[in-house]
Design a protein around this ligand. Structure first.
Ligand code: 13P
Length: 251
């Protein structure tokens, strides 16, 4: 299975920096075609910058997918400020991230809401990247598997398959802290996630499970060597082309 190198730009940058960053990434991938043998590339910019990314990717024919960082739980209508899965599909997105811990935390998103969003993504034939992960105090209390098991149990809609669903394990305490989970923590949790998926999906062995949380070029090789790590969801390091590409080179 190729690694999915997914950049989550979060709420950063401008139209101009989105364009330059995409150009730099596209040029780096074009200069090193061997990267494509091991990796698939995905960029998830803020909604407003999707058109700047697409305006680089399409004319350069860059082998890079782009996607949303969230979407609405329903089709269309009176939802001021929301963007639907239908709109993202219409725009040309292939992936949409849902249930990121920052949305669960700052927007009080529940796993049931995340499942409704993922269901809309699936209805449009796109791939949902469903994020799960425990908080520091939950791990401290030894409850990390309970928390992640519950999130997996409730965030996957009945439409989920290995083709249309990616799981991203992002321990909240590792996000933006420079403190990545250890390869052993990741090995144990990714195996657990694979087992939980077996309860829900027929083809669970083929679901990609990404790790996210302070992934950098210098720790990527060790993380990618862990069993059941099928790529990375990258925040801070995805905002620098050399770091993003450095992570792909580690695969
Ligand atoms: P960092 O890579 O900045 O820790 O962010 C991880 C993340 O939240 C990606 O979705």
């Amino acid at each position: 299975m190729k690694k999915l190198i997914a950049g989550n730009w979060k709420m950063n940058g401008s139209v101009a920096t989105a364009q330059t960053l995409t150009e730099d990434i596209a040029r780096a991938v074009a200069a090193e075609p061997a990267l494509l043998e091991k990796n698939d590339f995905l960029i998830c910019p803020p909604f407003l910058h999707l058109s700047a990314v697409r305006a680089v990717v399409i004319p350069m024919k860059a082998p890079i997918d782009f996607g949303g960082q969230d979407c609405a739980h329903t089709e269309d209508g009176a939802y001021t400020g929301d963007i639907s899965a239908d709109m993202l599909h219409d725009f040309g997105c292939r992936y949409v991230i849902v249930g990121h811990s920052e949305r669960r935390q700052h927007h009080n998103e529940t796993s049931e809401l995340v499942a409704a969003k993922a269901s809309r993504i699936h209805a449009k034939g796109m791939i949902a990247i469903i994020c799960v992960g425990e908080k520091e105090n939950e791990r401290g209390a030894g409850h990390e598997k309970d928390v992640v098991g519950q999130q997996i149990g409730h965030s996957l809609p009945s439409s989920a398959t290995a083709e249309n669903t990616v799981i991203a394990y992002e321990p909240v305490w590792a996000i933006g802290t420079g403190k990545s989970a250890t390869p052993e923590d990741i090995r144990v949790m990714h195996r657990f996630i694979r087992e939980k998926l077996q309860e829900k999906l027929e083809d669970s062995g083929r679901v990609r499970i990404l790790y996210g949380g302070s992934v950098k070029p210098d720790n990527a090789a060790a993380l990618f060597a862990v069993e059941n790590v099928d790529g990375a969801l990258i925040g801070g390091a995805s905002l620098k082309a050399d770091q993003y590409i450095g992570i792909a080179q580690a695969a």
